[in-house]
Each structure stands twice: as C-alpha cells, then as structure tokens.
Design a protein around this ligand. Structure first.
Ligand SMILES: Cc1cc2nc3c(=O)[nH]c(=O)nc-3n(C[C@H](O)[C@H](O)[C@H](O)COP(=O)(O)OP(=O)(O)OC[C@H]3O[C@@H](n4cnc5c(N)ncnc54)[C@H](O)[C@@H]3O)c2cc1C
Ligand code: SF4
Length: 486
C-alpha cells in the first residue's frame, strides 16, 4: 500500500488549470504547464491517497482493467519506470485517457464512498507524460513476423489500439484513413484545449517506428473498394466510428447558419492549428446556440468562446441533473450528475428542460431560435404552455449525438447491421463477412475513448487468434459489455 494514512491525512488536489482569461486567448491545453510539468510535485501525495483495496472497485469502472492500485503504489515509492510499465500493460494510450476520459474509475473508487476519490486520471497522465519526457516510451517492434497482413480502416483510438496490438504481435498492418492525418476524432474533432496534437503525434511516431503503416487520404469505399481490401489482406478491421449526426426536422432547418457540430468543429480545429480553411464558419461576433449537451456541445462551446462569440447558449431538453449522486445511481456506478467541463467554466449559458420549436430567419439566414420549456418523460417532450420565446442567434450548432456508422462502406464489405444500426458483431468482434472484424463506435455506438481502446485491444486478440490459431493478446472487453449498472 502507498501511504497507509494518505486517504485520511491528504486532501484531494486536482491538476491546476490556467486562469480562464488566459486560456481563452489561446488554443493550448487548459492545464498549467501541460503536458505534465506542474503536476509532478503534487502527484506523489495524491497517489499516496490510494488504499490499495483488497477489491479495487476502481477496476470495475474501467473497461481497460487498468492496474490502478499498482501504479499508485509505484508512483508513491517514486518508481516511475515501474509505474509506466504497469500503465502500458493495459492501455496503449494513457495520454489520451488521462486527458480526455470522464474517469468512471474515480466515481467507482472506494475512497469516494465518503470522501473525495483518488485523482486517478491525474496520476495516469503524470506517469505517461513523464515517461515521454524521460524518453522511456520507445518503439516495441515484434521479434518476428507472422507473414499475415491486416487492414485497419479508421485511425481513431479503436483502430490505433487494434493496429498497435496486431503490429506488436508480428502481423503486417496498414491503417487506412480518409483524413490527411491519423487520429480519428482525436485529430480534428477534439480541440487543442482538451488535447494538443503533439500528444497524438508522438504516439503515432512510436507506432510508425514499430512498423505500423499509415495510408492517409484513402477513403475506403471510394479510393479503394471493400473487395480490394478483402482480396489483398488476410483480415480487415473496421474502426470507422459512428459519424452520422442526428438531425432535427423543424421549420427553418434549411436556413444558412444552422450546421452540424462537426462541420463547425473540424474547420475550426484545423484553423487553430494554423491552417487556412476556405469558407470556415467562425463564431466571432455571433450569438451562438448549441443544441445538445455532451462532449461535442462542450467542445463547440470552448471553441466559440475562443473565437470571440457574443454569447453562447447551450440547450438541453433534459432536467438539470443533481450536483450530488442520486440514490438510484449508488456507488460504484457512474452517476448522471451536473458536470462542469473546462469549457463550461469559461462562459456560456446552459438552459435545461427546453426544446427547439422552430428556427426563424431573414433573407435565408437564421436570426432566431424559438424554444419552449418541456417536461420530459419516457423520452417524450411535453411543451409547457405559455413558455414559448425566441432567442436571437446567428449560428446554430447541432450537437445531438450520432446515429451510427456511414452505410456506404458497410454495404461494400457486406456486413450486417444490428437493430440499433451499428455493425453487428459476434462475441469475437467478427462481423457477418468472413475475415472482417469491427471495433469502437462503429459497433458499440457513440461512446468513449476508453471503450474504443478497450475494444481495439480485444478485437486485435480475436484477429490474432483467427490468423495464428491462438493468441496471447488480452481481451479486456466483449462487444456486449457495458458499464456497471444496478
Ligand atoms: C466532438 C467530440 C468530442 C469528444 N470528446 C470526448 C472526450 O472528451 N472523452 C471521451 O472519452 N470521448 C469523447 N468523444 C467520443 C470519442 O471521441 C469516441 O468515442 C471515439 O473517438 C471513438 O473512437 P473510434 O476509433 O471508434 O472512432 P473515431 O474516433 O470516430 O475514428 C473513426 C475514423 O475512421 C475514419 N473513417 C471513417 N470512414 C472511413 C472510410 N470509409 N475510409 C477511411 N477512413 C474512414 C474517420 O475519418 C475517423 O478518422 C468525443 C466525440 C466527439 C464527436
Ligand atoms: S478503489 Fe480507489 S483507493 Fe481502492 S485501489 Fe482503486 S484507486 Fe485505490
């Protein structure tokens, strides 16, 4: 055990963030000295708060099965190399989860029953950032090659995890990505202020040095066909994400200035990286309304504030969640509570129990959004009479989630969909097409980075077993696994 009395004597202390006024002036990560510098002095004591529980419930919160008490103990004893080794034992990309995961491990932490949870996420990111700074994260190429070839379509966290596992197992892996650079949503979806691209690039460099091949600007289904990939490769992994956005069918939807969140975020992120983007829509000098909460909505909010929006309103038809864990979601579940993202700290107004009725405009351009308070029961909104009003807006961002993977490419591979519209998989991640596997959001539906990595790792194990007859790769999750529920 780390510090036997740490959880009693040491209060929880989170990684300090830069002042809001400062961070709104730039696109860098919101944390002080990020990546990782200022965090180190506090992190030993924070790791010392871990009780090394006989039954570490933090494990139940994490689909990767991260060895949390082990690395907390190693950090407390100043063995950073050992901690890095234990961290990588279950997670290919702790620098992504350490920055971006909502940390269901922390809500499941035993200390959180009556005190503040161990800062597991901060310890994780400190270990990996120090590992990179100390040049301990080095390529791990396979000792020998199997002669088998695998195509991974999509380079988000699921595709990257599958590719790294399979390359290290000795297979020859090519990752096909239609964007000009790998990373999936980590590249052009998630803004710099949540994770700087240098963090992604240094990991991609390691993967290239291990032998993973990246084929960017290749739109599978158009640049090459599904048939060509199946003929050329011994196995194919589809990790194409759930990219079809949910729309609203309301009067005025076709007005200019109403767009899907990703059509706004991707060019904005490119521009924040110094690219000149033709026709980029910015929030500068505009009243912005974001329809939908969640990560996408928060990323739109932080981006619009940095671009100089006059106002940003975020609409959510759900009731405002409680600030404390509700009784029906007891520990160690991941509760629905009122969460304040770094973007929410920076500004904007959140309006709950409100639903859009109509978009209004002039000369074909949106100028207002008519909304009404609603009572939401069994997923049905009932308007509250007399609450209808119009708020001014010049830019509406639709961030209401994603319905599933794009159908065209799936037709080419001949894979069947399940009743939710996601790629149907067996317990071994195999699709209905021989030798074709699927992992990440494309099969699970929109989810989290930690689940994408866990699925990528498990899917790689199944592909390895299929190609080699057996496997030593870990299978942290099955396709049907979900977070803990009561
Ligand atoms: C704006 C936003 C913010 C988010 N923030 C967070 C967060 O803070 N924390 C968190 O845990 N989760 C977050 N999420 C969710 C998380 O990003 C996803 O769950 C995760 O990225 C899914 O990984 P994936 O590998 O399955 O798919 P993706 O990351 O979506 O990657 C799929 C890749 O496949 C490529 N592709 C698709 N079709 C083809 C084709 N035909 N040919 C070639 N390439 C193709 C796409 O270009 C893309 O690069 C966020 C999601 C969004 C949209
Ligand atoms: S549940 Fe919390 S205290 Fe227990 S081992 Fe996990 S991180 Fe440590």
């Amino acid at each position: 055990m780390a510090d036997p009395r740490g959880f009693i004597t040491t209060p929880r202390q989170e990684a300090p963030k830069r002042p809001v006024e400062e961070r709104l002036q730039d696109w860098q990560e919101v944390y002080e000295g990020s990546p990782g510098k200022v965090l180190l002095p506090i992190i030993g004591d924070q790791a010392g708060r871990c009780m090394d529980c006989g039954i570490p419930f933090c494990h139940t919160g994490c689909p990767l099965g991260n060895l949390i008490p082990e690395w907390n103990d190693l950090v407390w004893h100043d063995d950073w190399a050992g901690a890095l080794d234990r961290l990588h034992a279950t997670n290919n990309f702790p620098e992504f989860t350490g920055r971006l995961c909502p940390a269901p491990c922390e809500t499941a932490c035993v200390v959180a029953i009556n005190r503040d949870a161990v800062t597991i996420k901060n310890v994780e990111v400190a270990i990996i950032d120090k590992g990179f700074a100390d040049r301990r994260v080095v390529p791990q190429p396979a000792d020998w090659h199997t002669g088998h070839t695998v195509a991974v379509v999509g380079s988000g966290p699921a595709g990257l995890a599958a590719a790294q596992q399979l390359t290290r197992a000795g297979h020859t892996v090519a990752v096909f990505e239609r964007d000009d650079a790998p990373g999936g949503l980590l590249r052009y979806g998630i803004p710099e202020f949540k994770m700087e691209k240098v963090v992604l690039d240094r990991r991609i460099r390691q993967m290239k040095d291990e032998g993973t091949n990246f084929r960017c600007n290749v739109d599978v289904g158009r640049t090459v066909t599904g048939r060509q990939l199946r003929d050329r490769y011994d196995a194919v992994v589809l990790a194409t994400g759930a990219t079809v956005p949910r729309d609203v069918a309301l009067p005025g939807r076709d007005l200019d200035g109403i767009m899907f969140a990703m059509d706004y975020l991707v060019p904005s992120n490119r521009a924040s990286l110094g690219e000149t983007v033709d026709g980029q829509v910015t929030a500068e000098g505009k009243h912005v309304v974001i329809i939908g909460g969640g990560d996408t909505g928060a990323d739109c909010l932080g981006t619009a504030l940095r671009q100089g929006a006059l106002s940003v309103t975020q609409l959510d038809h759900n009731v405002e969640p409680p600030t404390d864990r509700p009784e029906h979601e007891p520990w160690p579940m991941y509760p629905k509570v009122f969460r304040i993202s770094s973007a929410n700290e920076e500004g904007g107004e959140r309006v709950h129990k409100a639903s859009t009725v109509e978009f209004t405009g002039e000369d074909g351009v949106v100028t207002g959004l008519k909304l009404v308070d609603v009572v939401r029961e069994n997923r049905v909104n009932t308007p509250v009479e007399g609450t209808e009003r119009t708020i001014p807006c010049d830019l509406v961002l639709l961030a209401m989630g994603y319905t599933g993977p794009e159908p065209e490419i799936l037709e080419q591979f001949g894979v069947e969909l399940d009743d939710r519209g996601m790629i149907a998989r067996g317990q071994d991640f195999a699709t209905s097409a021989d030798g074709v596997y699927a992992c990440g959001d494309a099969g699970r539906g929109q989810s989290l980075i930690v689940w994408a990595i866990a699925e990528g790792r498990a899917c790689a194990a199944e592909v390895d077993a299929h190609l080699s007859g057996s496997t030593k790769l870990p299978r942290p999750v099955r396709p049907a696994d979900t977070a803990i529920v009561v």
